[in-house]
Design a protein around this ligand. Structure first.
Ligand code: ADP
Length: 570
């Protein structure tokens, strides 16, 4: 057996770039990308990417060079997901919600050779480049991406994206096939919800396998019409940048996921699939007036989707699949795989089951929940909390130029997610919190997610976030920040006392927030996640009523997190 060597014919490095080559062969005349009145076929997209790859090489871009892009979901950002790795380089899609200082810190760390910038972000990009002058070995070459549908003429420097595409000679491609599937394909910065942003590096192999796994897990058939509501800069659009090519689908590009843009796309293009963080559901819910022209498959994740919200959005005609993932795991790695027998359950029960994060995606080797002190799996009782750990090719190569953080992220053959969860008897994992967000009251762990899920059942609640606030006796106690639905936001419509009583009827008393603060909007970070750190700071400055300082908690609930004590947060 061992004498049979690998050959070029039977061992080809796995790379998502191959999805484009196949799409050009199999779906040549099918629409690949639509953006306003502009559209391309897969034959054209392939040709444009080959041109661009050749043009990048002519600019001396080569293996392991970083090419950054600061752009919303436009055809250019889509094409660069193929053209950059086709040139042998590494794509770094930067979050467009960052300010110049944050973009500068990415440029300083990643040292891109080229920085593509959408015409609307020229100011941010030029300020960021100015800020890193003298601090990097070489400044990136700036290439403006003008609006392809309605050119504005905005320029900085000499090069414009379409000129670069036109400049490349497609006959000179393929210049650089992937040599090793472990080569880097993408660099994505974490949003820094819990610590400073880190540069996460993906391999071609990991990106390929994650794309395949997610397509299978979500059951995406061929030729989907995919709406780009999720930013491509977020884990390469949860790998659907590559995935839509793999299925010969149509990419419906929109600059921003406004209600107008999304509902227009449903009507004009017959969207079949989209991804959305739960926060987008509020936009869909508040704007919806008419039934959808056809059901839309929605993959949601990125934050725990409250069961009550899932139920409401499904009533509109969206069919939701719930997934869990993170930047370090190449996007989505767990999916709440639906079981047919659950169809017969009442809607609220279905939503409760669907709010669980689920089972490992097919191409992940394994996912587990462990007590980090012993590295033993927690019992499958749906109650004992531990840390969610992963292993498989989907897990990042590591953090760029950060050996300490890379070493800390791995232990005993597992990647540590920093999320706290339980495993139910049916093997489904449920995330209870980020380890830093668990509230420890009198030695008991309180899952902020559980308290939030209960509060979302209140008819007036639009969004809620629960964090720890100091308590003189119990160490910490839950504090809820609540934004109300528009129709309830008039002064005095809903009182703190009423919200507290609502909670008392739905959870163990020690979990009930002792403080409820009404806010217009919850503070969010650049990826739209609630900034619990900021809320904890606010909660620290709040005062409890005298009665709440004294009230002893009722008997603790069953949830325990490993052997943690108030001083031993994960
Ligand atoms: P950052 O860590 O910088 O916020 P990520 O996008 O990588 O950016 O966030 C990943 C985190 O988001 C996970 O570790 C987890 O805490 C949370 N998350 C993702 N999907 C879900 C989900 N379906 N349910 C609960 N939490 C989720």
């Amino acid at each position: 057996m061992d004498s049979l060597p690998k050959r070029d014919a039977n061992y080809v490095p796995l790379s998502p770039v191959t999805f484009l080559t196949r799409a050009a062969n199999v779906y040549a005349d099918r629409i690949s990308v639509v953006y306003g009145a502009t559209s391309f076929t897969w034959r054209q997209t392939h040709r444009r990417c080959r041109r661009l790859a050749a043009a990048l090489q002519a600019l001396a871009v080569s293996k392991n060079d970083v090419v950054s892009v600061l752009a919303p979901n436009t055809p250019a950002l889509y094409e660069l997901h193929f053209a950059v790795p086709m040139a042998g380089a590494v794509i770094n899609a930067i979050n467009t919600r960052l300010d110049a200082a944050n973009v500068a810190s990415i440029i300083k760390h990643a040292e891109p050779k080229v920085l593509f910038v959408d015409y609307q972000y020229i100011r941010v990009a030029t300020d960021a480049v100015k800020a890193v002058m003298g601090e990097v070995r070489a400044l990136p070459l700036l290439v403006v991406i003008d609006d392809i549908d309605r050119p504005t003429g905005a320029r900085v420097g000499e090069l414009e994206y379409e000129q670069l595409v036109a400049r490349g000679d497609p006959a000179r491609y393929p210049p650089r096939p992937v040599e090793d599937e472990w080569d880097a394909v993408a660099l994505n910065y974490t949003s820094g919800t819990t610590s400073a942003p880190k540069g996460v590096v993906y391999s071609h192999r990991g990106a390929y396998l994650n794309t395949m796994g997610l397509l299978l897990q979500w059951g995406v058939g061929h030729e989907p019409i995919y709406l780009w509501s999720l930013p491509m800069f977020h884990c390469n659009g949860w790998t659907f940048t590559w995935g839509v090519a793999a299925r010969g689908g149509t990419n419906v590009c929109i600059r921003a996921p406004t209600a107008d843009a999304m509902y227009s796309a449903f009507a004009a293009h017959g969207v079949t699939h989209m991804c959305a963080a739960p926060v987008l559901f509020n936009i869909l819910l508040e704007a919806c007036r008419e039934p959808l022209p056809r059901p839309v498959e929605v993959l949601t994740g990125g934050a725990p989707p409250p069961a009550a919200l899932l139920e409401r959005v499904e009533r509109l005609g969206f069919h939701v699949t719930h997934a869990y993932g993170m930047t370090e795991a190449t996007g989505v790695v767990m999916v709440c795989e639906w079981r047919e027998q659950w169809d017969a359950l009442p809607p609220s029960e279905r939503a409760r089951l669907k709010a669980r994060q689920g089972v490992s995606a097919l191409t992940l080797a394994d996912a587990d929940v462990k007590d980090l002190k012993t590295m033993k799996s927690v019992p499958r009782d749906g109650a004992t909390m531990g840390e969610v750990v992963l292993r498989g090719s989907n897990v990042m190569k590591g953090y760029l130029r950060n050996p300490r953080a890379t070493a800390d992220a791995f232990r005993d053959g597992w990647f540590l997610t920093g999320d706290v969860g339980v495993i139910h008897p049916d093997g489904y994992v449920e995330i209870k919190d980020r380890s830093k967000d668990v509230i420890i009251s009198g030695g008991e762990n309180i899952s902020s997610v559980e308290v939030e899920a209960a509060l979302y059942q209140h008819p007036a609640v639009r969004e809620v976030a629960v964090v720890a606030m100091p308590h003189p006796h119990w160490g910490e106690t839950p504090c809820a920040f609540v934004s109300l639905k528009r129709e309830f936001s008039g002064a005095g419509e809903v009182s703190e006392q009423e919200v507290v009583s609502f909670c008392r009827n739905r959870m163990a008393h020690f979990m009930v927030p002792r403080k409820v603060v009404f806010v217009e909007e919850l503070p969010k970070n650049s990826t739209g996640k609630v900034q619990k750190l900021a809320l904890r700071d606010m909660a620290r400055g709040l005062r409890l009523r005298a009665a709440d300082k004294a009230t002893p908690p009722a008997a603790p609930g069953p949830a325990r997190h490993g052997a943690s004590t108030p001083a031993a947060r994960l």
